[in-house]
Write a protein that binds this ligand. Structure first.
Ligand SMILES: C[S@@+](CC[C@H](N)C(=O)[O-])C[C@H]1O[C@@H](n2cnc3c(N)ncnc32)[C@H](O)[C@@H]1O
Ligand code: SF4
Length: 338
């Protein structure tokens, strides 16, 4: 088995299929204008599928398509179909802002996609618009219900909770997900990229989120799925369906069990969400490198992997000097894929 310097295997691949997005979520893409990658810079579906097949040979079992907004990439269902045909790949998932999901749910299902994560941080139309700057809540809700109608399972809501922004909606989001049979994952506000004005006092910790939910919907902890999932999961004590969890990258880092590799839209292999650099695979692909040689490169990058950023951040947060995100230049979330 291929293991990195901390004995972690590579099991998950997150593929950013585009850096573009029709939203400007304040915690992710706070600027109005971005210099988008040129089309020629972005990996083709054939290039992505070739790399995905090689990663599966090295141990990857799950692929998540993300971005930017993955549904902004034209004909994404073609990629889903070719990834679905890879032997040994157990699971393909999509993380989307849901704004065009109502139109795409049927073709994605037909292409072989079975489960979907939809980001939804507020059920109040005005607030939703403020957070996303351009989003229309109704369209996202329509997307969620269209996915349900198509039989996607599970459908998970991802909600980033930021103090003073939407921390008063934790219970409402849980009630909504329970009512409609959606799973829900709360995400601690993270210092991704370089422009999201992250401050530690804006975090609502996992402990606080669980405490709030417990006051209305008592929970019982299940733990991390497979022992290495980012989310700590819970079930409702009253037996209601739809599971619930929290991704606590800040207060309970899970670096020691992180098995995720990331491929940027322009073909860089990145070994941590908070990395500042990646390994350029596109030049190798386009330079005519054979599969055997490419496998050697992937192996060598993973063997040298020593990222444990969130554990280091937690130690810094607890230290006398503290933690200043501005001292750590990172790749933007939109190119990395969340
Ligand atoms: C970068 S987005 C890409 C996929 C798609 N556009 C979406 O919004 O679902 C992936 C996930 O990252 C989350 N995310 C983005 N910035 C974040 C931040 N600063 N802290 C925590 N989660 C963040 C989003 O909420 C979303 O669930
Ligand atoms: S979180 Fe998703 S929808 Fe929001 S700006 Fe980032 S990529 Fe776009």
């Amino acid at each position: 088995m291929l293991l990195d310097t901390f004995q972690r295997p590579v099991k998950d691949l997150r593929i950013s299929v585009t850096d573009r997005c029709n939203f400007r979520c304040t915690y992710c893409m706070p600027l109005d204008d971005y210099d988008w990658l040129a089309k020629s810079e972005i990996l083709t579906f054939e290039e992505i599928t070739r790399l995905a097949r090689l990663f599966v040979q090295l141990g990857v079992e799950k692929i998540r398509l993300t971005g930017g907004e993955p549904l902004a990439r034209r004909d994404l269902e073609r990629l889903v179909a070719s990834l679905s045909a890879i032997d040994g790949l157990r699971d393909i998932c999509l993380t989307t802002n849901g704004s065009t999901l109502a139109e795409k749910a049927a073709v994605l299902k037909a292409a072989g996609l079975r489960r979907i994560n939809v980001s939804l941080d507020s059920l109040k139309p005005d607030r939703f618009r403020q957070i996303t700057k351009r989003g229309d809540l109704k369209k996202v809700l329509n997307g969620l219900f269209a996915a349900k109608e198509q039989g996607f399972s599970p459908i998970k809501i991802n909600a980033v909770i930021e103090r003073g922004v939407n921390d008063d909606e934790i219970i409402d989001l849980v009630a909504f997900s329970r009512e409609h049979g959606f799973a829900i994952r709360f995400i601690e506000f993270m210092d991704v990229g370089n422009a999201n004005h992250w401050q530690s006092d804006k975090i609502v910790s996992k402990q606080e989120i669980i405490h709030t939910i417990n006051t209305r919907f008592p929970l019982q902890e299940i733990g991390r799925k497979g022992g290495n999932a980012p989310s700590v999961d819970y079930q409702y004590v009253d037996g209601a369906g739809g599971d619930i969890g929290v991704i606590a990258s800040i207060t309970e880092p899970f670096c020691s069990s992180c098995t995720r590799a990331r491929l940027t839209a322009d073909g860089r292999l990145v070994t941590c969400l908070f990395a500042n650099t990646g390994h350029n695979l596109k030049v190798l692909l386009r330079g005519g490198m054979t599969d055997e040689k490419l496998l050697d490169v992937l192996r060598s990058v993973w063997l040298q992997r020593k990222d444990r950023y969130s554990e280091e951040r937690l130690a810094a947060l607890h230290s006398a000097t503290g933690y200043d995100p501005k001292e750590h230049k990172k790749i933007e979330m939109i190119s990395l894929g969340g």
